[in-house]
Design a protein around this ligand. Structure first.
Ligand code: ATP
Length: 348
């Protein structure tokens, strides 16, 4: 993958190449919505459309075709729909495979309340920073005797330091007040102990940012009682997966939360939600998580004003509360919500 050049070259003459992975389930529907919104920003992108997941398996007999890997190596940036993995023997998860192949070690999920989306929780403004490459996702599992299996949790100082550094740098750049490392070091004294030790060492270089630690079970309770006491959350891979869905629940569900996977040489932008097979193909999926993921992608490409425009228009459509999908209390279709956001962008 290429390094992010943060180019300011006119996108009219030099459209930026980006790999586009429509994905499975609701993927094509929400990715199309994101494409319409990006087009409305006027930022020119040369999309390299690639199949992956079930969709690729049906056409090419593999969920990860060589053409996809080549494209990602060429562009260094992808906008990706959710992928279904269960078809593929020998693949635990294509998402995990892609994150590890391209060393996209930092998963970032900004989760905040939106005016117009009513939930029992207010003052939620969280950034989940999840380590993406190790922990129980290392996939080292074996049966040591019939009825007895081991699954090995791998935590390294290198990965723990770099994700902690990422979280603190993010906090510094985005003027966030605190970073909370979430752990279970009272039980996993060596592995989570190492993660904490690295986070503490890194925190010493960021005196202006408050550093806190919280045991994962207590953190879950506190997230639903006092979400305002958290800001940036720093988590290992598995806790990050679970806690980020909890955080999505605080603000109105998976249809609203965007995500990005960053490495030193590239990034993949995708919604937190999965393929949502229960609503796929019905035209009712909430496109906002994917649309906000595409805004994060534009920030990464150095087009922050375009990203801000998408965020402002999305917030205004939610605030107005007239054109909402069912998951957030409305009756509108995916394309009606997309149309309302595009219209709000033309006004803004
Ligand atoms: P997968 O196996 O791909 O993770 P899943 O159904 O287990 O699929 P999700 O796809 O994340 O997990 O869906 C969880 C629930 O959230 C489902 O009821 C789904 O309909 C709902 N959901 C997910 N994404 C959206 C969306 N964009 N709009 C509306 N509802 C959604």
């Amino acid at each position: 993958m290429k390094k992010n050049s943060q180019t300011t070259v006119s996108q009219k003459t030099h459209p930026r190449a980006v790999t586009l992975i429509p994905g499975d389930g609701v993927g094509p529907e929400v990715v199309n919505a994101a494409l319409a919104v990006i087009e409305a920003t006027g930022v020119a992108i040369e999309w390299d459309r690639q199949a992956a997941g079930m969709n690729a398996f049906r056409r090419f007999g593999t969920p990860v075709p060589d053409a996809l890997i080549k494209s990602l190596k060429r562009t260094g940036v992808a906008l990706k729909g959710p992928l279904e993995t269960r078809v593929a023997e020998g693949w635990r998860s294509i998402n995990v495979y892609l994150r590890r192949t391209f060393d996209l070690y930092a998963n970032v999920r900004p989760t905040m309340n939106f005016a117009g989306v009513h939930t029992p929780f207010s003052n939620v403004d969280l950034i989940v920073v999840r380590e993406n490459t190790e922990d129980l996702y290392s996939g080292i599992e074996h049966e040591i005797a019939p009825g007895v299996v081991e699954s090995i949790k791998v935590i390294t100082a290198r990965a723990s330091r770099r994700i902690a550094k990422f979280a603190f740098e993010y906090a510094r750049t985005h003027r966030r007040k605190s970073v909370t490392a979430i752990h279970k070091a009272n039980i996993m004294k060596l592995s989570d102990g190492l993660f904490l030790k690295c986070a503490r060492a890194v925190s010493a270089g960021y005196k202006e940012i408050r550093y806190q630690e919280q045991i994962v079970d207590a953190a879950c309770m506190r997230l639903v009682t006092h979400p305002e006491s958290f800001d940036v959350l720093l988590l290992e891979n598995l806790y990050g997966d679970i806690v980020s869905d909890l955080c999505a629940g605080l603000v109105g569900g998976l249809g609203l939360v965007p995500g990005a996977n960053y490495g030193d040489k590239g990034a993949i932008f995708e919604a937190v939600h999965g393929t949502a097979p229960d609503i796929a193909g019905k035209g009712i999926a909430n496109p906002i998580a994917m649309i906000l993921s595409s805004a994060m992608m534009l920030d990464y490409l150095g087009r922050r004003a375009a990203g801000d425009k998408i965020r402002a228009a999305t917030a205004s459509v939610l605030r107005a509360g007239k054109v909402l999908t069912r998951d957030v209390g409305g009756k509108a279709s995916t394309s009606e919500v997309t149309g309302a956001i595009v219209k709000a962008m033309s006004r803004g």
